[in-house]
Design a protein around this ligand. Structure first.
Ligand code: FAD
Ligand code: NAP
Length: 535
């Protein structure tokens, strides 16, 4: 493979300049390849560029939610809080872009509108707006697991004359809610972070809830200097231990107890209390069987319902806030005063089961027959997750096969990295991999390293194309479905299974268990890419 020119042909084209696209660009360049990345955004950062809503922050600890690939970077960058806020993560992304001189290969404000495999030339033709088509030997979709927003089609929305916002497309100018009547629709992680902050500013805040969320306290604060020093004393070892965790993070958390069912009531309470006091995701891994045994799961769920009952003064509001689905089947929300917010006199909770939204009107909406006036409506309604951004590009592979056709009944691929019929196409943090059930930066680094090694191997062995065989792909899809069917993640209507977007095929899209997955990828590569066809 020749080093590409800087004209209309490169070795590697990358869609996205979030953490995935940036690291992919860096790795490709370090192999001596010509790379071009595109992002429709004005700047790098991906998720952390778009999601600027009040209260937006990470819920994986800062010392873990960061790149590990460069020792000097991880030693020199200093985080201020246990969980970094969005501006700090965006500043980090920008720092990485400058530090590794990534911007020269990134075209911002440029949308990839399509991509077509040219069989004769054995390269991808990537369409961009604005811009001329670019030819590339490899195409990497780093377009994000949670970057395609979901805005439900509420009747009459166009008639609403107030301001509207989506958490995932937040304005760059400061937004003031002072003195305003605000509606927030949705109660997932984004809303849970935003609601306490908006409630402190708005004249009145109404939260519209379809499914109540399980929230655990973040207990955010400045980074503990003693803890930070311990991590920094052996950062590489810390990263390696985290990669051996099922979700790729949390090696310093207390290990899970064996079973919520065999523990005595006292032991159980002590274990839950200890994790609740620690804050964050520790709670979700109090016992090993929370994700696999519905009775154990219910004990954890009831623990949180009890905390809601203790916290929320109005019994009817408390009852509405109590989730009834299995805990962990939707992402656990990490909050800073969410339940407490409903004790404020300016905050009201509306259950959409009791009062469905009938229509929007010029000055508000009507729910359950009740007209409500709003100045601002915030949609915290999430994303067309995992597949949305790739399907908007809808690459056309061999013999005119579109990705949307290949994925008509749900996404299929091999190792979550390649799709049969789409030579030299790689997807990062997509379906069929641990993706969103991990510390995503750990997943990104593993995916990018695998893709870079594969491209390097092809160059060394003189191959021009690679793609999974249909048989290997079918076996992988079967493996993911079989592994995930008994887990809690498959059990309710979440974005993990595509149920949040009407009409989307219901398929579990993430595979829990990062270490086993990473080993499987490693074995495949070490064995010369078994299950892949090379040409
Ligand atoms: P993204 O950051 O989504 O970047 C993809 C980029 O591709 C975007 O900038 C987008 O504009 C661009 N793009 C997409 N399609 C096109 C196109 N056709 N043309 C041009 N550009 C395109 N993960 C965690 O592990 N821990 C957390 O605490 C956490 N918190 C999160 C909080 C929020 C609010 C959200 C939404 C997600 C969070 N995530 C978290 C998941 C987060 O998405 C990942 O951690 C990570 O940032 C994903 O990086 P990425 O580069 O793969 O994708
Ligand atoms: P989300 O978890 O999908 O939540 C969307 C909310 O909108 C849900 O309450 C959903 O209700 C509701 N909703 C969707 N469509 C609706 C409709 N038609 N009518 C009424 N309500 C509707 O989205 P998100 O909160 O943006 O979070 C998405 C993911 O991003 C998270 O799971 C997480 O992975 C990541 N994230 C992380 C953090 C963090 O703490 N670091 C913060 C934000 C986001 P149902 O549950 O009933 O569908």
């Amino acid at each position: 493979m020749e080093r590409g020119s800087d004209g209309d042909r490169v070795d590697v084209a990358v869609v996205g300049a979030g953490f995935g696209g940036m690291y992919m660009s860096h790795r490709a360049r370090s192999l001596g390849l010509a790379v071009r990345a595109f992002d429709v955004a004005d700047d790098v950062g991906g998720t952390w560029y778009w999601n600027r809503y009040p209260g937006a922050r990470c819920d994986v600890e800062s010392l873990e939610y960061s790149y590990s690939f460069d020792e000097a970077l991880q030693r020199e960058w200093r985080w201020t809080e246990r969980y970094a806020a969005q501006p700090e993560i965006l500043a980090y992304a920008r720092h990485v872009a400058e530090r590794f001189d990534l911007r020269r290969d990134i075209r911002l404000r440029t949308r990839v509108t399509g991509a077509r495999w040219d069989e004769a030339a054995r390269e991808w033709v990537v369409e961009t707006d604005p811009g001329e088509p670019l030819r590339a030997r490899f195409l990497v979709l780093a377009s994000g697991p949670l970057s395609s927003t979901n805005l439900p089609g509420f009747p009459g929305l166009a008639a609403f004359e107030g301001r509207t916002f989506h958490t995932g497309r937040w304005p760059h100018e400061p937004v003031s809610f002072a003195g305003r009547r605000v509606a927030v629709i949705g109660t997932g992680s984004s809303a849970v972070q935003m609601v306490p902050v908006v409630a402190r500013e708005a004249a009145a805040l109404t939260v519209f809830q379809r499914t109540a969320a399980y929230c655990v306290p973040a207990r955010n604060g400045p980074i503990d200097p003693a803890y930070e020093a311990t991590v920094r004393a052996d950062y590489a070892g810390f990263r390696a231990r985290n990669r051996e965790q099922l979700a790729g993070f949390g090696s310093t958390l207390p290990p899970p107890e064996p079973s919520a069912l065999t523990a005595t009531e006292d032991e159980r309470r002590r274990a839950f209390d200890a994790r609740w006091a620690l804050g964050g995701f520790a709670f979700g891994r109090t016992f090993r069987d929370l994700g696999t045994d519905p009775r154990a799961n219910e004990l954890a769920a009831q623990y949180i319902r009890d905390r809601i009952a203790e916290t929320v003064a109005d019994p009817a509001t408390a009852r509405r806030l109590m989730p009834t689905h299995a805990i962990l089947c939707k992402r656990l929300c990490v909050d800073s005063g969410y339940y407490e917010t409903f004790n404020r006199p300016n905050v009201r909770l509306v259950s959409l089961h009791e009062q469905p939204i009938e229509r929007f009107e010029a000055h508000g909406l009507v729910a359950g027959g009740e007209p409500m006036r709003f100045d601002d409506v915030v949609f915290a309604t999430g994303f067309d997750a995992m597949t949305g951004s790739a399907l908007k590009i809808d690459p056309v592979g061999r013999d005119g096969l579109r990705l949307s056709q290949a994925w008509r009944e749900g996404p299929v691929n091999c190792l979550g990295l390649g799709v049969a019929g789409f030579p030299n196409l790689f997807t990062l943090v997509g379906p069929g991999s641990p993706s969103a059930l991990t510390n995503v930066i750990v997943q990104i680094e593993q995916h990018v390293d695998w893709v870079a090694r594969c491209i390097d191997w092809m160059r060394a062995s003189g191959h021009a194309t690679i793609e999974p065989t249909a048989a290997a792909q079918a076996a992988w899809v079967e493996h993911v479905n079989t592994a995930m069917a008994p887990t809690v993640f498959s059990r309710c209507d979440s974005w993990y299974v595509g149920a949040n977007v009407p009409g989307k095929p219901r398929v579990i899209m993430a595979l829990y268990g990062f270490p086993a997955y990473a080993r499987r990828c490693e074995e495949t590569a070490a064995a010369g890419y078994t299950g892949y066809e090379v040409g």
